[in-house]
Design a binder for this molecule. Structure first.
Ligand SMILES: *Cc1c(COP(=O)(O)O)cnc(C)c1O
Length: 416
């Protein structure tokens, strides 16, 4: 009935991650608290890496999914490249020991400061999203006497079948350059002498469960590569973005990394392309949970509430995307089931972790795990209501450590 995964499971009635009982972490680190499994993260990264195998490739972890330095360091040591969307993320990658030469810089609104910083650090390439941006990178590269490697992020006009906020590959989205216009952009960009325009890229959305959409985008991109090469553009790399979906509900059918990459390989093999992928969620989501404690039970009219100490400022996905996270107790009980809203202390009606949810009949003081919270969890947190942000813990086998401490009231007013 309760979900379990490769790294989170009940042992003797107690929820464990790898070889650590999560209740032990709570007794030292308190709640709310994010917990990540190093093995879960590395196994998924290696699934990509091993499946890509002999193809010339780089797995560029999308830093925005979970940018904790310890997570980045783990992946850097395992040989990951990184996909960044800001100067701050580049700073984190470097601080974590990542090699800038393995970094691709994505995003629709890179500033001059960010581009200069990335050029100074010698990143691999920029995924450019407009002609204005190409002109700016060219000018800034000229001033430094360097050549900037760029790819154009193409909008292949493919429906990703995911939530509107995380779907990015259709004509009406702000992302990328429309497939029908992009060849003209490549032609005009030949006039920019400080760019090495060697790549094409796309990223059609996130939490994609139907891999046919992703494969369809690859077909569109390969057709484009052929046309560009025929027009004399030396296209050497193909960046397929991220977007593979993960299991948020216990019995959801989700794509398997190795099976998906096997299909990708079939498509791109023998085309003399350096292939990059940018997975974020599919590496970290299922490797993390958010631990929280039940504060109160209450009822208003016919509605039952479980008030917990984690709120929308800690985990925004339910409020922002109406996304589903399983919520399960750290200790199995036999008190039966209830149907309730699970809400936090923030003063917003939109502050909930679950609505009208069947869950264990929990009581004040009980500990809960909010499942599949390793991606777009802590990184989306805020200090709203002047709440301190929770700590993050990394587990490796039977040991664990706090890799970001709980903020203090002093942290809240720093800089004011
Ligand atoms: C967000 C993002 C990713 C990662 O997406 P996931 O769904 O987390 O795999 C990859 N590339 C780009 C350009 C992104 O914006």
């Amino acid at each position: 009935m309760n979900p379990s995964s490769d790294v989170f499971a009940y042992r003797d009635g107690t929820l464990c991650c790898e070889d650590v009982a999560l209740a032990d972490i709570v007794s030292r680190a308190g709640t709310p608290c994010y917990v990540y499994s190093a093995r879960g993260i590395l196994d998924r990264f290696r699934a990509y890496e091993e499946a890509l195998g002999d193809l010339t490739h780089r797995v560029c972890y999308a830093v925005k999914a979970n940018s904790n330095l310890a997570v980045l360091s783990l992946l850097a040591k395992a040989g990951a490249g990184f996909d960044i969307v800001s100067g701050g993320e580049l700073f984190r990658v470097i601080r974590a020991g990542g090699d800038p030469a393995g970094v691709v810089f994505s995003g629709v609104g890179k500033t001059a400061d960010e581009i200069e910083y990335a050029l100074d650090q010698g990143i691999h390439s920029f995924n450019c999203e407009s002609e204005n941006e190409l002109a700016l990178i060219d000018a800034l590269a000229a001033r430094r006497g360097v050549k900037a490697r760029v790819a154009l992020r193409v909008n292949p006009n493919v429906e990703a079948g995911t939530h509107p906020y995380i779907s990015t590959g259709m004509r009406e989205h702000k992302f990328g350059i429309d497939i029908s216009e992009v060849e003209g952009v490549y032609d005009r960009a030949r006039a920019l002498p400080n760019l090495l325009i060697e790549g094409v890229g796309c990223h059609i959305g996130s939490q994609i469960l139907d891999t046919d959409a992703l494969i369809g985008a690859i077909d569109v991109m390969l057709g484009l590569v052929e046309r560009l090469r025929a027009a004399g553009h030396p296209i050497r790399h193909l960046d397929l973005g991220g977007g593979l979906g993960v299991r948020y509900r216990p019995h959801e059918e989700t794509p398997e990394i190795r099976a998906f990459i096997a299909r990708v390989k079939e498509k791109v093999r023998g085309r003399d392309l350096f292939v990059m992928v940018e997975p974020g969620r599919s590496i970290v989501a299922e490797s993390g949970v958010l631990l929280t404690r039940v504060l109160y039970r209450k009822r208003t009219g016919s509605r039952e509430f479980v008030v917990v100490d984690a709120a929308m400022n800690d985990l925004m996905r339910p409020s922002l995307y109406q996304s589903h996270h399983e919520i399960i107790p750290l200790r199995a009980s036999s008190r039966g089931r209830i149907r309730a809203d699970v809400v936090g202390p923030v003063c917003e009606s939109g502050d909930f972790l679950a609505l009208d949810r069947e869950l264990e009949n929990v009581l004040p003081g009980d500990l809960l795990a909010v499942w599949t919270a390793g991606a777009y969890g802590f990184v989306l947190s805020s200090n709203y209501n002047s709440r301190v942000r929770p700590p993050e813990v990394l587990i490796e086998g039977s040991s664990w450590c706090v890799v970001r401490s709980r903020e203090t009231y002093e942290d809240l007013v720093r800089g004011e």
